[in-house]
Design a protein around this ligand. Structure first.
Ligand SMILES: CC(C)(COP(=O)(O)OP(=O)(O)OC[C@H]1O[C@@H](n2cnc3c(N)ncnc32)[C@H](O)[C@@H]1OP(=O)(O)O)[C@@H](O)C(=O)NCCC(=O)NCCS
Length: 162
């Protein structure tokens, strides 16, 4: 496996961090105004993909999503903020953690509504898995998240369907 990007220097998680802000519309929701889980998943996948591509500087595809939790409802009119950071990398795989927060724009109240872990794999020009830069772990939080990410990845790979 050889790297796709010529820039393989180690990168910190903060270098690839991404935040996406979207407004929820009636077409995103059921008739009672509750936003569909699938609509939120789409945004989770998209923001995680930005992080994966920023880190790898290559094409990257979703290979798994897990620990998806919809903690509180999101309603039409809410502003959804999705924060994503990279926790763990191996050879071509990257675990991205996403946290979604809904804001009632009138009251200003923000609530954490969802969390998920998304694994991306970096691909070369032939669509084959390719090496990604290592993570430079600067803070205790980075180091803890890396170790937790490694534990989750081991479980993920043990449970995966081939
Ligand atoms: C991503 C893909 C190329 C991996 O193919 P593969 O045959 O499993 O490749 P490998 O066995 O060489 O694994 C490549 C990496 O993926 C990781 N991986 C594979 N399946 C995984 C899973 N279910 N969860 C987490 N990581 C996984 C492997 O651990 C390996 O990581 P490493 O290089 O860091 O060690 C292939 O599964 C694929 O094309 N999937 C479709 C992706 C896609 O289109 N997504 C959009 C939604 S449809």
């Amino acid at each position: 496996m050889s790297p796709e990007s010529s820039n393989m220097r180690e990168k910190t998680p903060s270098e690839s961090h991404a935040e996406v802000i979207v407004r929820m519309f009636p077409s995103d929701a059921n008739p009672a105004g509750n936003v569909f889980g699938g609509e939120i998943l789409k945004h989770i996948d998209m923001v995680a993909g930005i992080v994966a591509q920023r880190h790898s500087q290559s094409n990257a595809v979703t290979v798994s999503m897990d620990s998806v939790n919809f903690l509180k409802p999101v309603f039409v009119g809410n502003v959804l903020t999705l924060n994503a950071r990279i926790n763990y990398v191996h050879n071509s795989s990257m675990e991205i953690e996403v946290r979604a927060e809904a804001e009632d724009i009138i009251t200003g109240i923000r609530t954490v509504t969802g969390t998920a872990f998304v694994t991306f794999v970096a691909l070369d020009k032939n669509g084959k898995p390719t090496l990604v830069p290592k993570l430079s772990l600067k803070t205790d939080d980075d180091r803890i998240k890396f170790e937790e990410g490694k534990t989750r990845m081991d479980i993920r790979l043990k449970n995966r369907q081939k």
